[in-house]
Design a protein around this ligand. Structure first.
Ligand code: HH2
Length: 279
């Protein structure tokens, strides 16, 4: 079974892990503005840690459809104090960024994982991670956040996403980032219509065939609203169901806003799995 290498941490993936979302942004799609000052973000993150988050994912730039780009200096101002404080308390911290200069500064501040929605495609990003011993989450996105939901189109969404992630994993390995540091993610909602998101979720086991741990991030996303008719702040139950569907198809990490709800769901899931393994 996998263990993810993230700096000096070895995170067992024998059971699915929860990554808690910490958005230090004014404009994230579901919780923008909630954690704008560092102290509020740190308090929120520590609550997620107590609730059972194995990894805290700190972001300073929203990637919701249509989001405005944020200059690197502003992104660093938002995330670095939060990362430093959480790492200092022994938490496993990931930085959610696509900018190499933010990656480097975050890794210096104590982050041990880079979560990049562009899968280290920015010039210098592969090198920034290769120069560290951090883990990295490689996510698929079609297009750019500004326009990605205008007309997402695929011939075979599963094959295309799988081929892309395989290519990025190969690029990481060639740059000296070992496979034990890699996580892959289909990027639910990133240049995908409902049919694409559903196909990826239903067949997530096809991505797991790449032999790398798969992360699923569906928390509060519009796909859940489309299927339930619920507003963004009312999608917790739908999110838990969607993440369990992902875990049933091989996801080893789930990225969520409500860690306590997911932890409870996984406690039941794990108990049933252990019973099955033992009988
Ligand atoms: N989704 C979001 C942001 N980062 N990273 C990964 N690996 N996978 C995801 O599905 C993913 C991600 C969007 O969610 P959120 O952070 O809540 O919103 P925003 O980008 O508006 O801050």
């Amino acid at each position: 079974m996998f263990a993810l290498h993230a700096g000096s941490h070895r995170l067992s993936l024998a059971r699915p892990l929860v990554m808690g979302i910490v958005n230090a942004t004014p404009d994230s799609f579901s919780d923008g503005g909630r954690c704008l000052d560092s102290q509020a973000a740190i308090r929120h993150a520590l609550k997620l840690f107590e609730d059972g988050a194995a990894i805290l994912d700190v972001g300073g730039e929203s990637t919701r459809p249509g989001a405005a780009a944020v200059p690197a200096a502003e992104e660093m101002r938002r995330v670095l104090p939060v990362i430093g404080a959480l790492a200092g308390r022994g938490c496993v911290v990931s930085v959610d960024t696509r900018k190499p200069e933010v990656m480097r500064a975050a890794l210096d501040a104590g982050a041990v994982m880079v979560n990049d929605v562009t899968a280290l495609r920015a010039p210098g990003a592969l090198e920034a991670v290769a120069a560290s011993d951090a883990a990295v989450c490689l996510m698929h996105m079609q297009g750019e956040p500004q326009t990605m939901q205008h007309a997402p189109a695929y011939v075979d969404v599963l094959e295309e996403v799988k081929r892309f992630l395989q290519g990025r994993a190969d690029a990481c390995e060639a740059a000296g980032i070992g496979r034990e540091r890699l996580v892959i993610d289909p990027g639910f909602g990133f240049g995908k219509a409902l049919e694409h998101n559903l196909a990826l979720l239903a067949h997530l086991d096809r991505l797991a065939e790449l032999g790398l741990p798969v992360l699923a991030g569906l928390s509060r996303k519009s796909m859940l609203g489309t299927l339930t008719g619920r507003a963004v702040e009312e999608r917790e139950f739908a999110g838990v169901a969607a993440h369990l569907a992902a875990v049933a198809r091989g996801a080893r990490l789930v990225r969520v806003h409500n860690v306590a709800a997911m932890r409870d769901a996984l406690a039941i899931w794990n108990a049933v799995e252990e019973q099955q393994d033992g009988t």
